[in-house]
Design a protein around this ligand. Structure first.
Ligand code: MMA
Ligand code: CA
Length: 499
């Protein structure tokens, strides 16, 4: 076996067992030389081995000491590290859980914001539809009004036409009445003429009778004459007288006959006159009948106009009713629209409240408050910030919140005195916007310590719901109520969380 290694323990170990080992298979050394050499070499190597052993022990001890020290140091360090890591883990867990909570809350708010936006869009759409519907209704209402106006106009024209017809009818009636009167007069005249005619006829008949009587008398006289002629024959003288008498009678008879003829003529004239009157009477009657007919036609026409007028009036009333119904329907739609708008506003408010709540939660995180802390003044346990620009009460409050604070709440005389020393005209966190006359601080707490200026709050002009801290007053009574839309400087108060 051949050994080629030259250093270390392996060498000494190899030599210690040398005598039992064959060097070479073919070569054998002299035994004495060999033993002497081996002894001297064995002493040296033992010394070296002892030295080496001692060195090893020293090394071991050193290593052990170092190990023990390092183990102790490591333990101490481990302890420190584990306590540190424990703290860190707890802190990280708290932060992680608060991050998770805030993330969840943010997601919920995002969702609710998204839902509300959708709802708002739907409401906007429905509002738009309702507006369109209302416009259409307004248009139809306008058309109906125009139609009604046209009907009113035509009705007015018809009324005028009817009035003209009534007037012409009245004129015709008057004319007819005049004709009636003249007809009556003519009839009377005709009757008088008839009467006179009748009288004349009677007179004529009497004359005829008297003529007849006279004729009979004459015949009797003729007879008596004859008798007398016979008697004349007997009495010639008396005959002659009688003859003369007879001649006289003849003459008178002739006169009477002439008179009768004249009467006959006058009777004939009167008959002609009567016939003429009868004709004129007949003509007048015909004319009157024609007038009566035309009057009847006009009356019918007027009645027809009256009927059409009545129909138009009914139609107009129906249109008025439908218009009224449409107006009512529109008002109902307006109301429902108003209710929807109110509902949307309430939803908006609740969304705003959620955002505010989130901000409040954020305020609890001291990082926000510490921002800009250099421009804040400390008093008691609070810090105060007075703005350099003017805003409305709402915007001022919003600005305070963005700074991780809110408008100042004054709850002690000392705090009031502190703010008075600043001598600024500023909004404070006091309002009665929710309920008139019920003043509340921005944290919802009621008013206990009051510093109202004399005569305040007076809700001047019925519109003062926000409180302002006046400057330059001689007393500590500095508050006044003002309209919230006024723009003023403001004062924020931040209370650092006690830790
Ligand atoms: C102003 C206004 C009110 C206040 C009165 C006091 C005229 O109105 O500041 O808020 O109450 O003055 O006189
Ligand atoms: Ca006031």
């Amino acid at each position: 076996m051949k050994h080629s290694k030259k250093c270390g323990d392996s060498e000494s170990i190899a030599y210690s067992n040398f005598d039992m080992i064959e060097v070479n298979d073919s070569t054998y050394l002299d035994k004495a030389d060999q033993t002497q050499g081996i002894r001297a070499g064995g002493r040296r190597s033992r010394l070296a081995a002892v030295c080496l052993g001692l060195l090893c022990v020293l090394l071991l001890i050193t290593i052990i000491v170092i190990c023990v020290r390092s183990v102790r140091e490591k333990e101490a360090m481990d302890q420190t590290i584990s306590s540190l890591s424990e703290n860190c883990t707890a802190e990280r867990e708290t932060l992680l859980s608060s991050i998770t909570t805030l993330t969840e809350e943010r997601d919920q708010l995002k969702n609710s914001y998204k839902d509300l936006s959708e709802e708002k869009d739907q409401l906007k759409k429905s509002n738009k539809d309702l507006t369109e519907e209302r416009d259409q209704l307004t248009k139809s209402n306008k058309d109906l009004s125009e139609e009604r106006d046209q009907l009113t106009k035509s009705n007015k024209d018809l009324s005028e036409e009817r009035d003209q017809l009534t007037k012409s009818n009245k004129d015709l009636s008057e004319e007819r009445d005049q004709l009636k009167i003249s007809n009556k007069d003519l009839t009377e005249e005709r009757d008088q003429l008839k009467n006179s005619n009748k009288d004349l006829t009677e007179e004529r008949d009497q004359l005829k009778n008297s003529n007849k009587d006279l004729t009979e008398e004459r015949d009797q006289l003729k007879n008596s004459n004859k008798d007398l002629t016979e008697e004349r024959d007997q009495l010639k003288n008396s005959n002659k007288d009688l003859t003369e008498e007879r001649d006289q009678l003849k003459n008178s008879n002739k006169d009477l006959t002439e008179e009768r003829d004249q009467l006959k003529n006058s009777n004939k004239d009167l008959t002609e006159e009567r016939d003429q009157l009868k004709n004129s009477n007949k003509n007048l009657t015909e004319e009157r009948d024609q007038l009566k007919n035309s009057n009847k036609d006009l009356t019918e026409e007027r009645d027809q106009l009256k009927n059409s007028n009545k129909d138009l009036t009914e139609e107009r009333d129906q249109l008025k009713n439908s218009n009224k119904n449409l107006t009512e329907e529109r008002d109902q739609l307006k109301n429902s629209n108003k209710n929807l708008t109110e509902e949307r506003d309430q939803l908006k408010n609740s969304c705003q409240n959620l955002i505010e709540q989130k901000k409040k939660d954020q305020q609890k995180n001291p990082i926000h408050i510490l921002n800009d802390l250099a421009s804040w003044k400390k008093f008691g346990s609070s810090h105060y910030y007075i703005s350099t620009e003017a805003k409305t009460w709402d915007k001022a409050r919003q600005n305070c919140r963005e700074r991780g604070a809110d408008l100042v709440i004054i709850n002690s005389r000392e705090e009031q005195e502190f703010i008075k020393r600043e001598n600024k005209y500023v909004w404070i966190g006091l309002t009665d916007a929710e309920e008139e006359g019920v003043w509340k601080w921005v944290d919802g707490s009621p008013l206990t310590t009051r510093f109202w200026n004399t005569g305040e709050p007076n809700n001047y002009a019925k519109g003062e719901d926000c409180a302002v801290f006046k400057d330059g007053t001689s007393t500590l009574q500095t508050w006044n109520d003002l309209p919230c839309c006024y723009e003023n400087l403001w004062i924020c108060e931040a209370t650092l969380p006690s830790s």
